[in-house]
Design a protein around this ligand. Structure first.
Ligand SMILES: C=CC1=C(C)c2cc3[nH]c(cc4nc(cc5[nH]c(cc1n2)c(C)c5CCC(=O)O)C(CCC(=O)O)=C4C)c(C)c3C=C
Ligand code: FE2
Ligand code: FE2
Length: 363
């Protein structure tokens, strides 16, 4: 592979710092061709599906990409907003707010968001930052719980970009924040606020995205980290063990995934006579297809059909000020030692809290 052409003496240019909030990614449009492009990239990642490439390629291109895009596109259409896919809208908003909050604390940093699959891609954003003279980059995955399928894949994308770059920026990565006090507090407040307005259901179901069970046996810490998040959250909420459940959603394929599965658990609760449930998805920092459609539409219907009477979905952290503050604290800790408070980034100087306020920051 050839190295990129570097501008001569580029090491003598300005030395700026950037934070890149990296999320999973989403299709550009709620159409079958756009979903096919997105799924081809996503499901073609060996971190996500570990089946040997020659076999998986035949299944993916021969079966899955012929049938799934149309079905998934219809689901995406049911949650699409005038500004686009919810995942992208929230991630973009979080990046803008984070830039504002960091600016208010005196940090002159550029903040961008990037997507592991789809747009704006991680290499495109890193290219753009490098062209701007950024020399230090902090990568913050939007996943509180570490998983090889998600967090490591973000790191892969950065590492693969770096293969063609001669003069690399200094790079730092946040691996996990599943037990971060600010993150747990933001979730706690979100749930308490919900209870204040709607009352507390008999059961709180904490639903995390699933992964194949074999990844747990092969050493992926994701399952443990989800359970730790859930335990800390239950402790902060003062919830006894019999008042909440931890479940895993979004199973893909026929293999065994982490259990218990969310929808069958909700059906069992309905059948056992539980009349009301609150469902929260603590592993998703932004609402997306998996929360808005799979939980708030499909799982809701399944619970009500099984005899349940009240299903309350609690939104993801999205743009909640408690969450953006926690994200700012976390980012600030990981920026330590970098001279972000010097006037070394003329771009970021212009980016102020006004941008965050214009987007509706509440405090
Ligand atoms: C913690 C976050 C996530 C993990 C872990 C994860 C693993 C994982 N996902 C799939 C397959 C699919 N996931 C899909 C959507 C999706 N997944 C996450 C997050 C995690 N995935 C999010 C935030 C989303 C929503 C994206 C959006 O656009 O809103 C999809 C696509 C939708 C569909 O066609 O059903 C698939 C497919 C696997 C196989 C996997 C781990 C092995
Ligand atoms: Fe997923
Ligand atoms: Fe799903």
């Amino acid at each position: 592979m050839a190295f990129q052409q570097e501008p001569p003496f580029s090491h003598g240019q300005s030395a700026g710092t950037a934070v890149v909030l990296c999320n999973l990614g989403t299709p550009d449009e709620a159409t079958a061709p756009a979903v096919r492009r997105y799924l081809a990239e996503f499901l073609g990642d060996h971190r996500v599906v570990e089946i040997p490439k020659p076999i998986w390629w035949l299944i993916l291109h021969g079966i899955i990409l012929r049938t799934r895009p149309a079905k998934s596109a219809a689901k995406y259409a049911s949650v699409w907003t005038p500004e686009g896919s919810p995942l992208k809208v929230w991630t973009q908003k979080q990046a803008t707010l984070l830039r504002g909050y960091l600016g208010e604390r005196g940090h002159q940093v550029t903040v961008r968001y990037a997507m592991r699959y789809g747009n704006p891609s991680i290499p495109a954003v890193l290219d753009e930052l490098k062209a701007q003279g950024i020399t230090r980059v902090l990568i913050v995955p939007a996943y509180p719980q570490y998983s090889g399928t998600t967090t490591a894949s973000v790191i892969d994308a950065v590492a693969s970009w770096s293969l063609k770059v001669r003069l690399l920026p200094e790079l730092r990565f946040v691996n996990r924040y599943h037990d971060d006090a600010g993150y747990i507090e933001a979730l706690t407040r979100k749930i308490r606020a919900h209870w204040m307005h709607h009352g507390q259901a008999e059961q709180l179901v904490m639903s995390f995205h699933g992964v194949p069970e074999r990844t747990l046996h092969l050493g992926d810490p994701y399952h443990c980290e989800c359970h730790k998040t859930a335990r800390l959250l239950a402790e902060r909420l003062g919830l006894a063990k019999d008042r909440y459940k931890v479940t895993f959603q979004s199973r893909f394929g026929k293999a065994k995934w982490l259990e218990p599965y969310t929808e069958p658990t909700l059906i069992a609760l309905g059948q056992q006579g539980v009349k009301s449930v609150d469902v929260v998805c603590p592993g998703f920092t932004s609402d997306c297809l998996e929360t808005l459609e799979e939980i708030n539409m499909e799982a809701r219907e399944a619970f009500l059909h099984a005899g349940g009477q009240q299903f309350q979905y609690i939104d993801c952290l999205n743009d909640s000020p408690d969450w953006i503050r926690a994200l700012t604290d976390l980012t600030e800790r990981h920026l330590q030692g970098w001279p972000t408070k010097q006037a070394d980034d003329p771009m970021a100087l212009k980016e102020s809290r006004a941008a965050a306020l214009a987007l509706g920051a509440k405090d």
